[in-house]
Design a protein around this ligand. Structure first.
Ligand code: AHR
Length: 363
């Protein structure tokens, strides 16, 4: 269905909210230890404020609601699960016409994709930004065209008046959760740390790096030896780890900013005869906690795995339904995360892995 022409004036009030995600062990404690550590980044979680007027008209009875989704790409298992979740949720059966574009990690392609959705006059745009910078112009164009934009998964650094709502995980919290767990686990021991970062300029990378570094700063006997981008891919993780192995002999912690990078790093360490995991010389910390990542955690290869829940389409649909009904929507919706640790480890910051937790993981 093309963008509706009748324009209703709906003032959207901005209110932060917490929304618990599914697919976690029912009895698992949330990893968020203290309120100050769970705050969303400033640009994502503004104090209560009034968003600009949105011009939204409810869909005609029986007509499909058109949604354009500018997806990051297909770099990781997490991304595949996130894409499937959007495709399943925004199906014709559920009343939607989804225009899905895989932007293949190319910022310019993603900008032009959003521009294409504006020309198509879709009813709503979901944008999972590859990088956080560089969105002001096209977001302004969408606003001028009266098309609500939902920033999903990652954040943009544009003013929040330029989009309708944002939803996703708190990446700074994830980085801090990893650091807090490491401090607890090492209990005063030295740490020589290598970091395999995600894609350059992505809020997932920036947030996890910032959060982890916040904890590094509190531990004077920790040293980050090097930090390089593995682009959130298995091949990238392997390549960076191979080059780290050539340059550094004395390290005991490898932080991989997603599971696929961790698989690549493990391949590189296997090839070099370096042992890792609860019985090895190197502690691996990962992010995402996808099914396979948690299998490695259950096996004791990845010692700590911090969740980033990819099942976020339901939150986007809830926003769209509210806008269709002429209701106000929250400016920011947090999808909560928790951390998991290998069997035998007890932590105030993480859930100890078990077969039951793994069996409950849908992605
Ligand atoms: O933005 C979420 C991150 O992007 C996930 O950690 C990673 O796997 C993905 O590619």
């Amino acid at each position: 269905m093309k963008k509706k022409l009748a324009l209703l004036l709906v003032t959207v009030m901005a209110v932060s909210s917490l929304v618990a995600c599914g697919n976690t062990a029912a009895d698992a404690p949330a990893a968020a230890p203290a309120e100050e550590e769970t705050e969303a980044p400033a640009e994502e979680a503004p104090a209560e404020e009034e968003a600009p007027a949105e011009e939204v008209a409810p869909a005609e009875d029986g007509a499909l609601i058109s949604v354009g989704f500018a997806q990051v790409g297909h770099e990781s298992d997490w991304r595949a699960a996130n894409t499937k979740n959007y495709q399943d949720t925004f199906s014709a059966e559920n009343g939607y016409e989804l225009s899905f574009v895989d932007c293949d990690n190319d910022h310019n392609v993603q900008i032009e994709t959003v521009r294409g959705f504006i020309q198509q006059e879709v009813d709503y745009i979901c944008l999972a930004p590859i990088q956080s910078a560089g969105w002001d112009t096209v977001l302004q164009e969408a606003q001028d065209a009266g098309i609500p934009v939902l920033i999903v998964d990652r954040a943009v650094d544009a003013a929040d008046t330029l989009y309708t709502t944002a939803l996703g995980c708190d990446m700074v919290f994830e980085g801090e959760a990893a650091g807090n767990w490491l401090a607890e686990y090492l209990n005063g021991e030295d740490a020589n740390i290598l970091v395999i970062e995600g894609s350059v300029g992505a809020s997932a990378t920036l947030g996890r790096t910032e959060g982890f570094n916040n904890i590094v700063e509190k531990n004077s006997n920790w040293k980050v030896l090097d930090s390089q981008s593995g682009d959130f891919t298995q091949a990238g993780g392997q390549e960076v780890m191979e080059s780290f192995i050539k340059s550094y002999k004395d390290f005991n912690v490898v932080v991989c900013q997603n599971d696929n990078e961790a698989y690549g790093a493990m391949d590189a360490m296997d090839a070099a005869g370096i042992t890792y995991g609860v019985d090895g010389d190197v502690i691996i910390i990962s992010f995402d906690a996808t099914h396979d990542g948690l299998q490695y955690t259950l096996d004791g290869k990845i010692t700590c795995n911090v969740e980033c829940n990819p099942l976020q389409a339901g939150f986007a649909e809830e926003v769209i339904k509210k806008l269709e009904a002429g209701e106000t929507v929250d400016k920011w919706t947090l999808v909560e995360d928790q951390a998991f640790v290998a069997p035998g480890i007890e932590s105030q910051y993480a859930v100890t892995m078990s077969q039951e937790v793994l069996d409950g993981r849908a992605y």
